[in-house]
Design a protein around this ligand. Structure first.
Ligand SMILES: [Zn+2]
Length: 300
């Protein structure tokens, strides 16, 4: 028991040091003024707006209570799928894309994951970049869900985790060289404000064959098969100049437990019948198609 508290406190201390070291990157979500870390308790702006540094090792920068429909079990399912290697080829492509598109002199390398959820993607990308470049990038993960951030803050990584609203990103103008926005809603005005002038924004969107087996099993052709993300692409291009786009498609063999987590983490299973869901999760294993597009943008 005592040991548990010691390790928890150490983790909190480690997280706090990281936040204090990079406090200049942050801006008050209410008044945009600089922030100061007050040892182990809070994060305060120069006008006195005060935000809690939680015992789990994250900062809560929300200015009003969130309306979120995600719960802990959804993030646990996502974490399980990440650990199973489901997203690995995608993560590897993104890391390579960052490496290829970054100006060589760009340091410090700071990545912001807008809508990071339980944080697996950001941490994997940070590790991947460290292996490729020998530079340890700083990661900042933002999500409006406290449940996701709580899980994220349990990891050991060079990452600051914040509960925050994307409509008021609590960071300084032009402070990030890379903005990641993976399978998550965007706020392009804010992305524009916080991206460094030579930085890149990377958005991942699902393509038409993504989880087609699950879609067929749960909806039996009642959903339109002609999914199109054209509108999302157009919106992206209105805010950033598209410097590259690549499609990543692969299939992966999933075992029973993973099939269960997959169904749990996607909205495809919401509102479907229990019988269909059970038939899906009763399979011993199944092949599933993963199909994404990665959009790379720069300031125009
Ligand atoms: Zn303030």
């Amino acid at each position: 028991m005592g040991c548990f508290f010691v390790s928890k406190n150490e983790k909190k201390l480690e997280r706090f040091h990281l936040l204090a070291q990079h406090e200049h990157v942050f801006a008050c979500p209410l008044c945009s003024k600089p922030m100061k870390a007050i040892p182990n308790t809070s994060f305060v702006c120069s006008s006195g707006h005060c935000f809690d540094f939680a015992k789990h090792g994250y900062v809560n920068l929300l200015t009003r209570p969130p309306k979120t429909k995600y719960d802990t079990s959804l993030f646990a399912a996502r974490q399980h799928m990440n650990a199973s290697g489901f997203f690995e080829p995608l993560i590897s492509r993104i890391s390579q894309g960052i490496h290829q598109n970054m100006p060589p002199h760009l340091e410090p390398l700071r990545l912001l994951d807008a809508g990071c959820g339980e944080g697996s993607h950001l941490v994997s990308i940070q590790q991947n970049i460290l292996e490729r470049t020998k530079i340890a990038p700083l990661g900042v993960g933002l999500d409006i869900s406290k449940e996701g951030i709580k899980i994220a803050a349990k990891r050991s990584s060079n990452t600051i985790w914040c509960v925050a609203d994307l409509a008021r990103c609590p960071v300084m103008d032009r402070s990030f060289s890379v903005i990641l926005n993976l399978l998550s809603p965007s706020n392009y005005d804010e992305f524009h404000r916080i991206l460094a002038d030579d930085g890149i924004v990377i958005k991942v969107i699902p393509e038409s064959h993504y989880l087609q087996e699950l879609r067929e099993a749960l909806h039996q052709h009642t959903l339109r098969d002609t999914y199109s993300n054209k509108r999302i692409q157009e919106l992206f291009k209105r805010h950033f100049s598209l410097i590259g786009m690549e499609r990543v498609t692969y299939s992966i063999l999933l075992q029973k437990e993973e099939l269960h987590s997959l169904a749990r983490m996607t909205p495809l299973s919401w509102g479907t019948s229990d019988a269909l869901l059970q038939r899906w999760t009763n399979q011993e294993q199944a092949e599933v198609t993963v199909d994404f597009s990665i959009l790379y943008g720069k300031k125009g």
